[in-house]
Design a protein around this ligand. Structure first.
Ligand code: MF3
Ligand code: CO
Length: 252
């Protein structure tokens, strides 16, 4: 069942999302993501930021997940567990995914960064592709359209950039729980699935790879990586469907 959020819930979700947007800005401004920093240090920074503002990390404890963030490097797509042992290196493609529970209202967003000054064209293209797919996807989203209109626009963007959709993964409803209905595939024909309605809150999250798009789960039981070792990228925001379009809630 897809829950249409009440005005009061939307107010709470917006606050949670704004805090998450501020967290990403802070990560960038403070230059946290740099050579030599462990992925656990990134996680500690995020966890303190969230707790200092009276909120809780939404990922911590979710289905037993042990951290506030997912930090996934290079061929890793999502759900990389932060660890002291993994240090960020120059040339890394790093994905930071986090969520906040503020007074019971949940936000979810992810960004991909390149460590260094000049990403090679393949990485530049891959990073641009997930962003473009997010924006093209949500440009299809408004009251009265169908869910798979978003999916289709995302897949078309992947094709345009010559990258592969990671088909097993996708977006989801969010707001009162981290994962709510509906699942939002990042591919497929348009005009299918539930009708979009004002008051739906969705996490839209294109995940693409520069290789085949096939994935596997690493031995830790969480980290999802590309089978062929190709670089992967991820871009995610929590959005609100409105009468005449969408609002991106996890952007400032
Ligand atoms: N943004 C991630 C997702 O939608 C959230 C993962 S939470 C975790 O899959 F606890 F599983 F890490
Ligand atoms: Co998500």
């Amino acid at each position: 069942m897809i829950h249409i959020k009440t005005p009061k819930e939307i107010e709470g979700i917006k606050k949670s999302c704004k805090l998450l947007a501020e967290l990403f800005l802070k990560l960038e401004e403070e230059g946290i993501i740099k050579e030599g920093v462990s992925t656990k240090e990134v996680d500690r920074f995020v966890e303190s930021f969230i707790k200092e503002r009276g909120a809780r990390p939404a990922f911590l404890g979710y289905m037993g997940y042990p951290a506030a963030t997912c930090v996934s490097l290079n061929d890793e797509v999502v759900h990389g567990i932060p660890t002291e042992k993994r240090k960020i290196k120059k040339g890394d493609v790093i994905k930071i995914d986090s969520g906040i529970n503020l007074d019971g209202f949940i936000s979810d967003a992810a960004r991909t960064y390149y460590v260094g000054d000049n990403p090679p064209n393949l990485i530049k293209n891959l990073m641009a592709s997930v962003r473009a797919a997010f924006y093209n996807g949500i440009s299809e989203a408004k009251d009265g359209k169908k869910l798979s209109d978003i999916s289709h626009a995302i897949e078309e963007t992947a094709k345009k950039y010559g990258v592969s959709v990671i088909k097993e993964l996708g977006g989801h409803g969010v707001g009162l729980r981290l994962h709510e209905d509906p699942f939002v595939p990042n591919y497929g024909p348009p005009g299918r699935g539930p009708v979009l309605k004002a008051g739906m809150v969705l996490a839209i999250e294109p995940m693409f790879s520069a290789g085949s798009g096939a994935i596997y789960t690493k031995k830790d039981g969480w980290t999802i990586a590309t089978r062929d070792g190709a670089f992967a990228a991820h871009y995610e925001n929590t959005i609100l469907i409105t009468k005449d379009g969408v609002e991106i809630l996890t952007e400032l």
